[in-house]
Design a protein around this ligand. Sequence first.
Ligand SMILES: O=C(O)COP(=O)(O)O
Length: 218
Amino acid sequence: MKDPVQKLLLFDFDGVLVDSLDVYEAVVHQCLDAIGRPIVSTRADYLALYQDNFYEELARRGIDLSAFLAELARIRPHIDTSLIKPLPAVTSILPALAERHRLMLISSNSREVIEVLLARMGVSECFEEVMGADFLLNKTEKIVHAWNLTGFAKEDVYYVGDTAGDIREAHRAGIRSVAVTWGWHERSDLEAVSPDFLVDTPQALARMFTTEPPSQGC
Ligand SMILES: O=C(O)COP(=O)(O)O
């Protein structure tokens, strides 16, 4: 098999590598209640915050971001990360991808939490950088930062995400987007923002980058 050209593969974390929806829905609910702005009552309300950048969406709805972030920092040590479920079908494809490509994580979660979970899943070594909310809140800026750090051609930079917001941020950064359908947003939400690629299984994601990539997206 012909070796694929090396790529920069940027991964979202929650929803893509772990099933953490119940945990973070409850955390965000709790933070918003604590600052007196209970704007989320249903799961649909929560997921709507990820139609674009999560933090910018909160700010757009009039939430005081510093108060929200302070509350989040206060409760973070109490989050029971044992309730966050790794997705072994995804983590199992990472070593082969990391052998051929450069992998980084770009997430709205905190770097500290992500690093604990990556270590627990045994895949810390697969990622050369973890850019969390403590670095920058805007994923587009983090994508551009990672791209500048590495100097890849833009057609060789991919963001793999599971929400419409992830795909929008990848579009704004001008790189390729891969939407995965096993995460937080439904396929129809992802299709609505026209990802360059849409994949239904971790195996399909692995195939995209371990053989020559298709010449055009979905
Ligand atoms: O998918 C999302 O947008 C949320 O995931 P993240 O916390 O890893 O950014």
